[in-house]
Design a protein around this ligand. Sequence first.
Ligand SMILES: C[S@@+](CC[C@H](N)C(=O)[O-])C[C@H]1O[C@@H](n2cnc3c(N)ncnc32)[C@H](O)[C@@H]1O
Length: 234
Amino acid sequence: MKRPSIDVLEREDPVRHGVNAFVRRAAEGVAAGARVLDAGAGECIYRPLFEKQRYVAVDRGGGDREWNYGRLDAVADLERVPLCDGTFDYVLCTETLEHVRRPARVLAELRRVLRPGGTLALSVPFLHPVHQAPHDYLRFTPFALRALLEEAGLSVTGIEASGGYFLFLYWQLQAFPSHLPLGVRACPLTWLSWPARAFIRGAAALLRGFAWALRGKSAAETRPLSYFTLAVRK
Ligand SMILES: C[S@@+](CC[C@H](N)C(=O)[O-])C[C@H]1O[C@@H](n2cnc3c(N)ncnc32)[C@H](O)[C@@H]1O
């Protein structure tokens, strides 16, 4: 089976681009030999970033049907992680909290397996289509994230919004043709003939360039694609 690569995912998807940058930054700050839990690891795409650490991947294996869950170290529900208290120096949890029914329970478990002073790096989508249905339950504002983390016994050290208006617009526009009814898409005589398609592709490419040029300068807070959070076990 084809190995998923974070570079391929990144080219296709601006949300993944942001998440990958967050995880790369996080990984750079983790000491060699540190014990790292990837909670809800999916296909373990971030394993290569933690080659110098002791990386453990846990997931219940119930996301996309076509995903390969064969690289996990343990198949388990994050509400009951089968590992001892304080096992990990670092817990990574990307794009997973929205898929759990009881996020407070999961965060309490992630805190339990972290050693005191250990860090949780958490990413959640915000303006994002429904995915991995029917197990897509929640979206979180930064205020909800902070409250949930504090209630779980974690101190929030930073919550960062990623994306913003232009990237959001680009992402929506590039998906435009695929949202038209099949009959309209298939008919070569409709208004969506090749000049219209070329126009949409061109406009999407322009918006993408615009969004990239304005990265860091245009506020992401009002139209975030994702939130990236760091929290420390008290
Ligand atoms: C969108 S995927 C994210 C995978 C990976 N973290 C990434 O960023 O590519 C969400 C994952 O969470 C897992 N998941 C959802 N609820 C879970 C639970 N209660 N316990 C363990 N894993 C869970 C799913 O099986 C799925 O692999």
